[in-house]
Design a protein around this ligand. Structure first.
Ligand SMILES: *Cc1c(COP(=O)(O)O)cnc(C)c1O
Length: 423
């Protein structure tokens, strides 16, 4: 089968021996998935999810049982008082922007104690001037860099907290940076430290790419709000759109009033037929995340021995699903992405090319043959064409597909004569 799909015998063998050596790691990943699966099932049973929940509403969406029950399910999965889970939240950036705009007022300040936030938030906050940014509403921003060893700068954070500090933005995943992703335990320590200084500050965690990677979530260790995208982990590959905000009722309610309108809040917002996909996606999410994690661990163990630095490295514990591989040249980044594309179930015949993208300084190449546009819980890769020529990839709805896509990336590197040594 692999041969007929274009994987040669040598690459296939390397893949087999790499995967065989990972049995213990994979068992550990499966164990986490099992616990997360039980969390999801328990939340669905407790809230009496029924066939009626899959009905659709239109128009105002009053009394949408499926939507309201799903929000209760999310609140139970994340162990929070409340949750807002909506198709009207268009993406992760929107969810984060909403959570901040809803809970901040002129004169308030945001603090990021973990360095620069995710690229798209620069314009939301107004770090980069943009129409409609929080900055235009008189909301200020401060950040404290991580220390050189990537630990929290506790002295710096203490000094940065002041009478205006209202919301702390903690990004769990490294995103497309080279710092490590924080574990939930580390986030818990950071939140306790901050609450020790200012107990009433809102600690919000950008949870994108982190859901179900561990058995606990940031909301289990003191986060007031956890925020993420449904076309990443918690949508399980089935949610066609959407975002969630889970946390303390008073803060989540503010988000509902900002999303729709003061006075209306969560009462409106038709589910337009997506409820079943939201439920089923959440149900599948723990094992889908496990598949993506296996792919990431597999890739690090395949590429690192070939001399390509990996973040996280081959043996490190995982706290999100992103894998960075430093390939060292533009040609290799292109070949890698072509392999991921060629391994996709959709659009496998197209050839990705580097292109100028809004928000990026250099050309970027993106590979995605996904069922849902931009869905990065599906196997996808992108790489800015600039030193150190690293490619970031994530996702994989099934482990078998993640494995195949990664082997295909190696195959394309080999065919282009870009592997070190004899190849
Ligand atoms: C993906 C991501 C976002 C933004 O989500 P979009 O759905 O792309 O808008 C924000 N933060 C992190 C860490 C992410 O990975």
């Amino acid at each position: 089968m692999y041969q007929s799909l274009g994987i040669d015998e040598n690459i296939f063998r390397i893949g087999e021996s790499t995967a065989a050596a990972l049995a213990d790691r994979f068992a550990e990943i499966d164990r986490t998935a099992e616990i997360c699966q039980m969390k999801v099932v328990a939340a669905m049973q407790k809230n009496r999810v029924s066939t009626e929940c899959f009905e659709s509403s239109t128009g105002y969406g009053y009394n949408d049982l499926g939507r309201d029950t799903l929000e209760a399910v999310y609140a139970d999965v994340f162990h929070t008082e409340s949750a807002l889970v909506r198709a009207q939240i268009t993406c992760g950036t929107h969810a984060l922007s909403l959570a901040m705009a809803a809970n901040l007022r002129p004169g308030d300040e945001i603090l990021s104690p973990v360095g620069k936030p995710y690229d798209t938030l620069e314009q939301v906050i107004g770090i980069v001037p943009a129409p409609g940014s929080l900055r235009e509403f008189g909301i200020t921003y401060r950040q404290v860099e991580l220390l050189p060893d990537n630990s929290f700068d506790y002295d710096g954070i203490r000094a940065a907290i002041n009478e205006h500090t209202k919301l702390i933005e903690i990004q769990r995943s490294k995103g497309y940076l080279t710092r490590p992703t924080f574990s939930v335990a580390q986030i818990g320590e950071l939140i306790s430290f901050i609450k020790g200084i200012k107990p009433d500050v809102i600690c919000m965690v950008d949870n994108c790419y982190g859901e179900f990677v561990e058995t606990i979530e940031p909301s289990d260790v003191g986060a007031d709000l956890v925020v993420g995208s449904l076309i990443k982990n918690p949508g399980g590959g089935l949610a066609p759109i959407g975002g969630y905000i889970a946390g303390k009722s008073e803060y989540v309610e503010q988000c509902a009033y900002r999303l729709t309108s003061p006075g209306l809040g969560r009462e409106v917002g038709a589910s337009l037929g997506v409820s079943r996909s939201f439920y089923q996606g959440l149900f599948l999410a723990p094992t889908v995340v496990a598949s993506a994690l296996k792919g990431a661990v597999f890739a690090a163990n395949l590429y690192e021995p070939l001399g390509f630095p990996c973040v996280p490295n081959a043996t490190e514990e995982r706290h999100d699903i992103i894998q960075a591989v430093t390939l060292g040249s533009a040609e290799r980044v292109v070949a890698f992405c072509k392999g991921i594309q060629a391994g996709s179930p959709v659009d496998s015949y197209v050839t990705p090319e580097p292109w100028a993208m809004p928000g990026y300084h250099s050309d970027v190449i993106m590979a995605a043959g996904a069922f849902y546009q931009g869905s990065s819980i599906e196997l996808s890769a992108d790489g800015p064409i600039e030193p150190p020529y690293a490619v970031y990839f994530q996702g994989g709805l099934t482990w078998a597909h993640a494995k195949f896509g990664i082997l295909m990336s190696l195959q394309k590197l080999k065919e282009a004569g870009l592997l070190p040594g004899k190849g």
